[in-house]
Design a protein. Structure first.
Length: 356
């Protein structure tokens, strides 16, 4: 069964064809990053407008690259939540219209469940790993940071989540403040490779009791790293681009800042994750989302030989249509499909929480 998957929840306009929930026949990702870079963040109005302009071409390219005809597509799926409402609506409306016009099933999927599905996909001629349930999910992106227990492709229990900023958001904001570049995650990851991660000692949030045992917090770290910039510019006035803060600046190495921040950001994640491992006894961990591309996170988890850590390939960590098509197949295989009345929602679907 060939499923067309469409994902437009943020700033990637992407469509893919996936066969039987596993084999990626094509995965076209048209990124809008250059159009948002000038603003150091995603501008929702620009994002939805560009999706509207691009979606038809992106879907056409996905069909062409898969070397199939439109009539070969058995079902169509799109992300319905969470994300930017205007952006979500473009992909969702396109998918619903496609379903109606072709008279094929339509599936609306959740973005976070799709990220968690990504490691099960195989590129052409590749092998798709079998990942048995249950496992612990580490969902880390620009909008969300979730530690969960997964019992099925659509059954997760949130053990912990960020109580303020998402981890990817912290990477992006630190990068913006220091003028490192946009989006911040990949830039800081690269810069950190030549930096000393012990140069600065940023402390971990004080979240370790009761209901907050697995929760995460990034606003304290983000503020500490940003305030550190002011310490380099003694007597400077106000926030703003680091390089324009007057002449009384002391020298600092941006790579050291990047490495020290990244080390603490990953420590925050792993502290909660390892608590969940200890408490649940689950030794299998599946990561997903843009921050799952982080090399320090991947290397640090790989060192834990007692754990089985599964990461998506780098090209499937960020937003992509393949994870949407793959996940949709699982609903179809269970005989389910969505109504054409399904609509978009900016918020994360209310997953069951361990602590209500
Ligand atoms: O999943 P994603 O593409 O979009 C959302 O659903 O939010 O994640 C984007 C986030 C951004 O915050 C970006 O800075 C971050 O993932 N990111 C990274 C890396 N690559 C992307 N964060 C840390 N290290 C990376 N290598
Ligand atoms: Zn995402």
């Amino acid at each position: 069964m060939k499923v067309l998957g469409i994902e437009t929840s943020c700033d990637e306009c992407t469509a893919a064809i996936v066969e039987d929930g596993k084999l990626i026949l094509s995965n076209v990702v048209a990124t809008q990053i250059p159009f948002h870079a000038a603003y150091n963040g995603v501008v929702p109005e620009i994002a939805s407008r560009m999706h509207t302009e691009w979606i038809n071409r992106v879907v056409g390219e996905a069909i062409a690259k898969a070397e199939i005809e439109v009539s070969d597509i058995d079902a169509v799926a799109a992300t319905a939540h969470p994300g930017l409402l205007g952006s979500l609506l473009v992909g969702l409306s396109f998918a619903k219209a496609f379903s109606w016009a072709r008279n094929i099933p339509f599936i609306a999927v959740d973005h976070m469940l799709a990220h968690l599905y990504a490691p099960r996909l195989a590129c052409k001629n590749g092998e798709a790993p079998e990942i048995a349930y249950p496992f612990l999910g580490l969902l880390v992106s620009g909008g969300h940071s979730i530690i969960c227990r997964a019992d099925d492709f659509d059954k997760i229990t949130v053990l912990g989540a960020t109580i303020d900023d998402a981890v990817g958001e912290a990477f992006d904001k630190v990068s913006k403040h220091y003028g490192f570049g946009y989006p911040g995650g990949a830039v800081i990851d690269n810069l950190a490779k030549i930096g000393n991660s012990d140069a600065y000692n940023f402390s971990l949030p004080n979240l370790h009791k009761g209901d907050h045992r697995y929760d995460l917090s990034y606003s304290g770290l983000k503020t500490a790293v940003i305030n550190q910039l002011d310490k380099f510019y003694v007597g400077s006035s106000g926030a703003g681009g680091g390089k324009s803060r007057g002449n009384n600046a002391c020298e600092y190495n941006p790579a050291d800042i990047a490495a020290s921040f990244q080390k603490t950001a990953v420590e925050i994640l792993l502290r909660s994750l390892f608590r969940a491992v200890e408490d649940t006894g689950l030794k299998r961990i599946v990561a997903g989302g843009g921050v799952a591309a982080n090399s320090y996170l991947r290397e640090t988890l790989a060192k834990r030989q007692d754990l089985n850590c599964v990461f998506p390939p780098l090209e499937l960590c960020g937003d992509n249509g393949a994870m949407v098509a793959g996940l949709a197949y699982q609903y179809l295989a269970r005989g389910e499909q969505s109504s054409l009345r399904a609509t978009a929602s900016a918020r994360v679907k209310s997953f069951k929480r361990l602590y209500p």
